[in-house]
Design a protein around this ligand. Structure first.
Ligand SMILES: [Zn+2]
Length: 95
């Protein structure tokens, strides 16, 4: 009888610990999930800013190329000064 009581007390403590552990693990999972969501939201906002900046840089570069009347290399697509005879990057002759 005494042993059985000890066993059931042990069993109750085991159940309690398992329950507490499951709750804590669940809380940890929820925190990880929340963290993941906020990182994704932050990345989304930053990605939009980066896309806008990249588009702006491309447009500015196009204007510069047009004003300088640079010539695009037929091989590597690098822009070269309009008096170039060879591509400054790959050496392909440019007419
Ligand atoms: Zn080239």
């Amino acid at each position: 009888m005494r042993e059985r009581n000890a066993e059931s007390a042990e069993g109750a403590e085991l159940n309690q610990l398992e329950g507490a552990l499951a709750k804590k693990e669940h809380s940890l999972q929820a925190l990880y999930c929340q963290l993941g969501k906020s990182v994704l939201e932050l990345a989304d906002g930053e990605k939009e800013k980066i896309d806008i900046l990249v588009d702006d840089i491309i447009e500015t570069r196009k204007k510069l190329v047009a004003i300088r009347q640079e010539i695009e290399c037929p091989e590597c697509m690098t822009y070269n000064p309009n008096d170039s005879r060879y591509c400054r990057r790959c050496g392909t002759p440019i007419k």
